[in-house]
Design a protein around this ligand. Structure first.
Ligand SMILES: [Zn+2]
Length: 444
């Protein structure tokens, strides 16, 4: 398969929503990028629409149940801070970066989810020290490319303030610029979280979120500038995309409180979970209900009656109950016995103590117990799509794709690099690509 571009740079602006399009198109650097770009401002995300499954979808072209990253975190009932799907080994099948590496291309990934221990030349994975005895620097070094990360930390580590935003993205930006200039990778994946973080803690349309959009515009400008200074701008395809949108919320639903009261979760005298038959695993805007023994029809009926009673009451916060096969059809984890979707204004938490519903207070959010906006909702929710903008080598200018799906991005990126992701759920968006040859209009 012929290759349409020499360098592909994918920049993920976490939580970039279709609703942001009218704003960013007026910002100087996004405006510049859009001048010769093709784009879709109506990209349907996956279910559950949380970051790790979304990013695994972007590099595989598959739905979560097919690539295996069905949530951000593992099912670990009772753990306050469950482990995340950090490692590449959790993804089933191939990825864009594996195929690029196999074809002899130079690869780089910065804070791209689910890349810990991946075979990437310059890898700074997104992984946090999740045990009190773990040290952040060592966890990062051990799971990515040590010398590369030491170099970036030495040069730009002073910009960081733990995992706080916008400092972390500023560090990622400087590392991205440096990596472009010194390594000139053929495939580069970069993940910025500033906007998502501001939306969680201040609300979807908050001033803080709007400030983050402006900072992202500056970051985009610096990246485009780095490509020009490195002399590879003309040979590069730049893609700017979002993974999901977000919705504001004011109430947290804690279904495990009811599962505990029904005897399906057992706690000890300290309130710690010691056993469970059914457990509500949050994906924020939606949740999986797992059963320890999926064939236990008594437990299943009990859960079903509980959910059916709840959904009759609007104040339960539950909008929809999906069976295992309905969840599968939507691309989510079919190992769950049920999946539930939150109503607007609600999201799911895993706590099993206190009240069934918590009304979110400003102090709760300040202390990071709750958030003011989240995602994870069904792609069918209104005003909930994301976007993708592609520009540069191999891309036809000024084509607007009316609608597409997140699963279409991976196959399209693979096509640009002359790679094949094999059996995917999505399709190549041929409409925006120069058909063949060297990627210039003359060769079409
Ligand atoms: Zn995200």
């Amino acid at each position: 398969m012929s290759r349409l571009t020499e360098h592909l740079l994918v920049i993920s602006f976490d939580c970039l929503s279709s609703l942001d399009f009218p704003i960013i198109k007026e910002l100087p650097h996004f405006k510049k990028l859009l001048e010769h770009a093709s784009f879709c401002r109506n990209v349907e995300t996956i279910y559950p629409s949380v970051t790790y499954p979304c990013h695994a979808t972007i590099v595989t072209g598959k739905f979560p149940r097919n690539h295996g990253i069905v949530n951000n975190t593992f099912l670990q009932p009772g753990r306050l801070s469950p482990d995340w799907y950090w490692h590449r080994r959790h993804i089933r099948g191939t990825t864009l970066y594996d195929e690029a590496k196999k074809a002899g291309m130079k690869t780089a990934a910065l804070l791209w989810p689910v890349t810990a221990k991946a075979n990437i030349d310059y890898n700074m994975p997104e992984i946090f020290a999740n045990r009190p005895w773990h040290n952040q620097i060592f966890v990062s070094l051990f799971n990515g490319t040590p010398i590369y990360q030491l170099e970036m930390n030495r040069k730009f580590g002073h910009l960081r303030n733990g995992l706080n935003q916008p400092e972390l993205d500023n560090f990622v930006l400087e590392s991205t610029v440096e990596t472009i200039k010194t390594k000139k990778p053929n495939l580069m994946l970069v993940h910025f979280v500033d906007l998502d973080s501001q939306r969680h803690y201040h609300g979807f349309s908050s001033d803080e979120a709007m400030e983050a959009l402006r900072r992202h515009d500056e970051r985009l400008g610096k990246i485009m500038n780095a490509l020009k200074e490195s002399g590879i701008f003309e040979k590069t395809t730049i893609v700017a995309l979002g993974d999901h949108s977000a919705l504001d919320e004011s109430k947290a639903v804690k279904l495990n409180v009811l599962l505990r009261k029904s005897g399906l979760i057992t706690v000890n005298s300290d309130g710690k979970i010691i056993d469970w038959k059914a457990y509500c695993k949050s994906c924020d805007g939606s949740a999986y209900i797992y059963m320890k023994d999926k064939d236990d029809t008594v437990v299943k009926d009990k859960v079903k009656v509980l959910l059916t009673n709840l959904i009759e009451n609007e104040d339960s916060g539950i909008e929809r109950i999906l069976s295992s096969s309905e969840a599968k059809e939507k691309g989510a984890d079919d190992k769950a016995a049920f999946m539930i979707e939150a109503r607007l204004g609600y999201y799911f938490k895993e706590q099993h103590d206190g009240e069934y519903i918590d009304y979110i207070q400003v102090e709760d959010v300040r202390e990071k117990r709750y958030t003011f906006a989240s995602h994870g909702y069904s792609p069918e929710k209104e005003n909930y799509t994301t976007m993708v903008i592609a520009s540069g080598k191999g891309i036809r200018p000024n084509i607007e794709i009316p609608s597409m799906h997140l699963i279409d991005e991976g196959p399209t990126f693979a096509r640009l690099l002359g790679l094949n992701l094999g059996q995917t759920d999505g399709r190549v968006i041929e409409e925006i690509l120069w058909d063949h040859g060297d990627g210039s209009p003359g060769s079409d």
